[in-house]
Design a binder for this molecule. Structure first.
Ligand code: NAI
Ligand code: MG
Length: 352
């Protein structure tokens, strides 16, 4: 029992780790917990520290107690963590991905507020999260008096890892009733590295024939097509580096990172978060927009099979933004985090 579980009745039956995080983290995590409670949250929270709070407590931005908790619950909702600069700290996100083999990064992009550059965007990007060029096998070769005259980087894609991410994308498409998966690669140039990915993904695609359509695109052409006609895409699956770039591109199609949720999913655990960081410039001021973390909580509900609750959550966000026109400052409104959260809770509990 802790403050996040107070007054919750007995709805919480699924153990899950809750990491408030740094900066605006505690404010938006608090908002997410309130909204989940209004939905009859299935989660029983185990609150753990990370980021600067972890450093303050024990010198590690990713304390052992936090890792142990996620090993136990296999499920986490995480506020943004500030990765301390210098001091030899490795990226917390990379450590989490490796520790729990979170091989799939799921980044949906959905138009929330009409009137942007693109309307009715509804895309899902599935990024391979462990392999590719992000293994960062890098070194320099010195020439003459320049120790870094030549830089070399090797990428690693395995057939098994490629099959695994492709299968994840197709299974996800089936689960959500999607129509098509587009395999994105650069196999015309990186014939080995992304060729093995393309080949493995095509093999997996055959297993879904008649259920999910598929095609493939070269990454540069895909980037252009995403801007010219994003509606032709449905689910995209791609390797680590291309996925990193294209997932930010599709977030841009729906107005930036402010409303972008992300899920990191593996065989051993799944971790849900907002894509944005800890926003130290507005921390503690009650101005943060909790929408991205709320949408991440929606993905978490989907993940545990509570799709009806997830749908109600997304419906409430849409109603508050577009009918009640209650918006935080980053979306041009004047609502505080608290006002916005109360409005969502009101919609969910039918008070509006
Ligand atoms: P940031 O995403 O925290 O902030 C960029 C800008 O967007 C700021 O002006 C901020 O005020 C605004 N913003 C972000 N989220 C917002 C929200 N929910 N509502 C309203 N405005 C919002 O990126 P920045 O400044 O580059 O990073 C700050 C810290 O966050 C760094 O220490 C970084 O390492 C960490 N970070 C952590 C991530 C994670 O834990 N997944 C992801 C990205 C950054
Ligand atoms: Mg990125």
């Amino acid at each position: 029992m802790n403050e996040y579980n107070a007054g919750r009745g007995d709805a919480g039956t699924i153990p899950a780790t809750l990491i408030p995080g740094d900066g605006i983290g505690p404010e938006i995590v608090d908002a997410a917990v309130k909204v989940l409670d209004a939905l009859g949250s299935p989660f029983a929270w185990d609150v753990q520290q990370g980021g600067l709070a972890g450093v303050a407590a024990g010198g590690d931005p990713l304390p052992k107690a936090t890792l142990d908790s996620i090993h136990r619950t296999k499920l986490a909702l995480k506020g943004p963590l500030t990765t301390p600069v210098g001091g030899g700290f490795r990226s917390i996100n990379v450590r989490l991905r490796e520790e729990f083999q979170l091989y799939a990064n799921l980044r949906p992009a959905h138009t929330l507020v009409p009137g942007g550059r693109f309307e009715n965007i509804d895309l899902i990007l599935v990024r391979e999260n462990l392999e590719g060029l992000y293994v960062a096998f890098e070194h320099y070769i010195p020439i003459g008096d320049d120790p870094q005259a030549v830089a070399i980087s090797s990428g690693v894609n395995t057939r098994e890892g490629s099959r695994r991410i492709a299968r994840f994308a197709f299974e996800h498409a089936v689960k959500l009733g999607r129509k098509k998966v587009t395999i994105v690669h650069k196999a015309n140039v990186l014939k080995a590295l992304t060729g093995v990915f393309l080949q493995a993904a095509r093999e997996v695609a055959q297993e879904y024939e008649g259920r999910i359509a598929f095609d493939d695109r070269i990454v540069d052409a895909c980037a252009m097509q995403l801007v010219l006609n994003p509606w032709q895409f449905d689910v995209i699956v791609t390797t680590n580096l291309f996925g990193d770039i294209l997932s930010d591109l599709i977030a841009g199609l729906v107005g930036g990172l402010g409303a972008a949720p992300g899920a990191n999913i593996g065989a051993a655990a799944a971790i849900f978060e907002a894509v944005h960081g800890s926003a130290p410039d507005i921390a503690g001021k009650g101005l943060a927009n909790p929408t991205a973390l709320l949408l991440a909580a929606g993905l978490m509900l989907d993940h545990v099979g509570r799709t009806e609750a997830a749908g109600r959550l997304r419906g409430a966000i849409d109603a508050v933004l577009n009918q009640d026109k209650i918006r935080t400052g980053d979306l041009g409104g004047t609502a505080s985090t608290r006002d916005f959260t109360s409005a969502i809770v009101g919609r969910i509990s039918g008070r509006v």
